[in-house]
Every structure is written in C-alpha cells, then in structure tokens.
Design a protein around this ligand. Structure first.
Ligand SMILES: *Cc1c(COP(=O)(O)O)cnc(C)c1O
Length: 350
C-alpha cells in the first residue's frame, strides 16, 4: 500500500498550521509578523520550525538527506506522532515485541489504539512468522527496538529485512542505543524500504537527555506527514543551540562512548565473577541485563546504599533480572563493591 493510503484520512486531508516563521523565510530587518517581543533577550524570537541548521549537520554526519529527517521533542514525540498519523483509534492497532521499551504501549493507549504483542523468542529475537501471522490490514505500525531495551541485544538485521518484506504497514526501528552497538544502522535500508522509519536520539550516546531531541529518518512522504502533524515549534531554540554545539564536536561524544564500552566490558567481567549472578546477557547498549538469584533483595539492598538500578524482574522474559546502566568508572566500582557486600550477607562463610 502507498504511504499516504496508510495514514488516517483526517491526517491526509489536514492543512497544517502555517506559522509566521514558516510563511516568510527571506532576509529582513524589521520583524513585525509574529507578535514577538522586539527587545533582545537572546530568546525573544520563535525558533526555526524545521530546524534547518541542525538537520544539515545531522545529515552530514549520518549520510542521510535533510528531507529524510524529522526532529522531535525526544524520540517519544516521534512515537506519539507516528501513532496519531497512522492509527485510527479503536480500529487500527500497533504491534510490539516484548520485552521491550514501554513507551510504544503508553503512547498507543493515550491515543486509544490497541497493542498486539508477539513476544521475542528465548534469544530475544523476533519470531518473524508469528509476527506476520498476527498482522492484518489494521496493523499499521510494527515497533522493533534494536539494540533492544531492556535486553541489550541487537536484532538480527536479516529478520528486520524479512519483516520489512512481509509486513504491509510501517516498520519503526528504534535505534536509541545504536552508537554503543557493533552492528550497523538500518538507515542504510531507507532507499530500499520506503515504509521504514529509523529513530535515534540525543539522550544516550550524546549525553543530552536534558535537551529532549530525537531524530526520525524516513522516506520524505513520511517526514512530510510528521512535519504536518507536529506542533509548529516543537524543538525549542535552546535545544537547537545545544545540539549544534555538540554536533560541531562529535569526537567528544565518540570518546565518551569509547570509555563506556571499556567500562561495559569490565562490568561484565566483574559481574560474571559474582557468586550471586546467574547470567549477564550480551549487550550492544550502555546497560546490562543481569539475572540474579534474589533480584528484589539486591534491588532494595542497593537502594539502601543509595544506588538506583532498574528492577525488571517482573517483565516477561526477564524473570530474575535487574538492569544496570553503565556509569562512570567510580560508579561502576561502587556498584560492584555493594553487590559483593550483598553476596557476603547471603553466604557469610564463602
Ligand atoms: C532511552 C530510549 C529512547 C529515548 O527517548 P527520548 O525521548 O529521545 O529521550 C528511545 N527509545 C528507547 C528504546 C530508549 O530506551
């Protein structure tokens, strides 16, 4: 099916709000068109609604054309917009592959859009045949998270391609953790599959969770729909400025990622040596899924030591597991020390 035909009728027919800043794009000296305050506070003007400068930089870095790029108030905004663009409430649904990121379901529920779940197989890979069998004409979006949160593994690219071939709706690949992965980004598949959306974010590797900036790479018809539905000034000026500053110095981000990858390796070693750790799952992300004998006991013990980790022990497929984000060397040492202390309280003679 054509991309426009997949979108809701009201969205196809929507005439986007035309802001003052999007109607006049030329050079001027006197700006009396947007009811802004004329006195210079450094922030008295509305920001660029399409973030052209930031997009130019990102497109150079990622090798994707600026018209295949959407920027949102975090990836979470892109998730919400995609659901609102493609899913008719109470009629259409999305497909998700648990255990996975919780926002897909929350965003769908807010829009009164149902969620069909097809659990990942025991290796945390998608069950392609079961997913395609669960899909019908109302399955508008399939969310694949790779590397997956909370399991940490990347999804087999051949299975992603099989899903792109077999699924008739939009396939969203959430690559929030791609910079920590040894695998390649799905952005290289964009030309071949116009129904693919790849999401990335400034929140993890870039160390800018506080500015709220997410990226979606897709065919320009999908980008057009996202731009039509988004609030006109969804990415504020401070965010655009902070992103530009970071993009001017990508080596700094690359160095931090390198340090975190070294730390991840050491953390895996230390955890595997612990008598209370049953399994450390392979990770292509900046966190580790770790199975232990007494997840709740360890979780509360760590809280008492003022260390907060994520308890995933009640999540399907993650029974007995905690999720540890890779921290600074000092933080990781402290985590390991406290896990050792907890282990000794369980087996004082060991
Ligand atoms: C952290 C994370 C994001 C990032 O969301 P933002 O809104 O960009 O901060 C997206 N997807 C997954 C799976 C994540 O874990």
């Amino acid at each position: 099916m054509e991309i426009e035909a997949l979108a809701r009728k009201n969205i196809r027919e929507l005439v986007a709000y035309s802001s003052a800043r999007s109607e006049f794009k030329g050079k001027a000296e006197v700006w009396l068109d947007a009811n802004e305050n004329p006195f210079d506070t450094g922030l008295n003007r509305y920001p660029d609604p399409l973030q052209q400068e930031v997009k130019t930089r990102i497109s150079e870095l990622k090798g994707v054309s600026p018209d295949q790029l959407f920027l949102g108030n975090g990836s979470d905004e892109a998730i919400d917009l995609l659901i609102r663009i493609f899913c008719e409430p109470r009629i259409d649904h999305i497909l998700t592959l648990p255990p996975t990121y919780g926002m897909y379901k929350v965003s769908a529920s807010i829009s009164d859009v149902a969620v069909r779940t097809i659990n990942l197989d025991p290796d945390f890979q998608p069950a392609v045949a079961a997913i395609l069998a669960a899909a019908n004409a109302h399955s508008k979006l399939l969310f694949i998270c790779s590397p997956n949160n909370p399991t940490g593994n990347r999804i087999d690219p051949l299975r992603i391609e099989a899903l792109l071939e077999g699924f008739a709706g939009i396939v969203v690949v959430d690559e929030a953790y791609i910079d920590f992965s040894s695998g390649e980004s799905c952005t290289q598949l964009l030309e071949k599959y116009p129904r693919l959306v790849v999401m990335q974010t400034f929140s993890k590797a870039w160390g800018l969770a506080g500015i709220r900036l997410g990226m979606a790479f897709a065919d320009k018809r999908i980008i057009h729909l996202l731009n039509k539905v988004k609030p006109p000034y969804n990415v504020n000026q401070l965010t655009q400025a902070a992103a530009l500053a970071a993009l001017k110095n990508p080596t700094e981000t690359q160095m931090r990622v390198k340090t975190l990858l070294t730390e991840r390796k050491q953390l895996i070693h230390a955890l595997e040596a612990s008598p209370i750790v049953q399994q450390v799952y392979p990770s292509d992300a900046n966190f580790l899924l770790v199975q232990t004998a007494d997840p709740n006991g360890l979780y509360h013990f760590l809280i008492d030591q003022r260390i907060v980790v994520r308890n995933r022990s009640t999540v399907i497929g993650c029974e007995g597991c905690l999720r540890f984000t890779v921290g600074t060397p000092t933080e990781n040492t402290r985590l390991i020390q406290q896990i050792d202390t907890f282990a000794k309280t369980l087996a004082p003679d060991a």
